[in-house]
Design a binder for this molecule. Sequence first.
Ligand SMILES: C[S@@+](CC[C@H](N)C(=O)[O-])C[C@H]1O[C@@H](n2cnc3c(N)ncnc32)[C@H](O)[C@@H]1O
Length: 506
Amino acid sequence: MKKRIFRPPQSGTVYTPEPLALAIVRAVGVNDSASWLEPCIGNGALVKALHAFKVSEKNILAMDLEKRVGLYDEMASTRRGVDFLVWSAKTTKRFDRVVANPPYVSLRSLPIRLQRRAAQVLDPQGNTLSLRSNYWVCFLLSATRLLKPGGNIAFILPASFEFANYSKIIRDWLPNVFDSIEIHRCHESLFPEASDGCVVLLGFSYHTYSKPGSWKYQSYSRKTQFLFGLNNRTQSGQGAPDPNNEINHNRVLLKDVIDIRLGGVTGDTSYFLLTEIERKRLRLPIAAVKPVVTKSVHLTSSVLTDSEWQLLRTSGARVWLFSPPPRLIRSRYVWSYILNAGKTCNKFSYKVSNRHPWYKTPLPRGVHGFFSGMSRHGPWISFREKTGLNATNTLFVVRFRDCLSPKWQAAWALGLLTTKVREQFAFNARRYPDGLIKWEPRDLKDVVVPRPVSNTKADELYKKAIRALLKGRVDEAKIIADAFFGESQMIRNVDIPYSKLGTFSS
Ligand SMILES: C[S@@+](CC[C@H](N)C(=O)[O-])C[C@H]1O[C@@H](n2cnc3c(N)ncnc32)[C@H](O)[C@@H]1O
């Protein structure tokens, strides 16, 4: 007879984003000799994070009901096709650390065979679980019981941990079996596939006897703050620092430092954007066009000087925006281009038809630099040195809120290259199914950035860091930035190229 294969419940399968996996491993505490359990490895986000922290694969036991081999299976002793709940009931192994993002599925919705196995897990009072309970409850109970005394646990749980009736028994039990419990609650969704927020549960120093421990709770409205809180919690289990306090002293929100806006929206790029050859062919005077950058590849250095832009101009890039001043409207060639627009310009497009005059694209003012939301190197600022240079809406423009010297601006811009800030960027990235990675201005505004205390050599260092970044030497750029802010390089060797992030949640 053909053996039946039990597939994991797909509705509960949402993979952990990499920055969250790194934050959780850091929070639960890494040491050389600890043994680790990952009870449902999935595509390996948590195991990959452990590898990044140099935890040997010999010290990690991972498993999953899913038989298909994963990309990072070799970073642990991985067993596939194993039901963790069955295995945990039989094993005599015990672990120093458990990290998990278990499936979230109501027991009632599980395939009957898995449901029966789940029903064998007993609650802290020795009773079977109700079918109204959830699969994650079984994972949490079973995994906690596999801890060695003194062991720590980190679980990613649904927001219902906080309010569901079925989780009350867990909420009451946990502080009695750990010296300290921390709940980090994020109200914003952390997973591209899910709309709800979630909870990270941390338990420190497990004991098999019942003794009341401490319980700390930290709530964050935005995922950037949540990640910041997890990454910066004090190691003694004192709970995460209040990000707002921290923000006031040496960190601030990016939106309080710079204003990021879209470049000018032409409404019809084929009419309004011109190369130098096209401009000459149309005999449009220089005064009838404005210099612009229009693509992320145009951001070629830390500072866009006139000579950088001239290189783009001679290379055939579309670097002119048709934008004649009133005095030139009636000049021969400008007028002819305007008259011919009926054939070449989509004057009915919403943006064009709604402005007066239709041929004047409004451009942002007070531009200090440019940003690309689609750079494979992540967000960074290319400063504007060329007078009058602007950007169209494939790029963002940056304006510092305070009147700062170029050196201070460079000091702030260096902050965007630090390890902690890049982690937040990675966390906030929009990953599209086709692998495209993108940031919108609103994804960046709540990123927490370090406040520079000096601007000594900031411009030189920024140049050096951006040169390294653009050559793909991300670690070098981060080392320069971290050193400038006196920050340690905890995970400098594991920066995930942003271009690879898209593959992670697939
Ligand atoms: C939410 S995903 C998380 C995967 C991974 N830990 C992560 O953080 O990205 C849950 C995983 O649990 C696995 N799973 C479901 N039921 C299981 C069971 N009874 N035993 C072991 N793994 C199971 C699924 O195959 C899936 O890979």
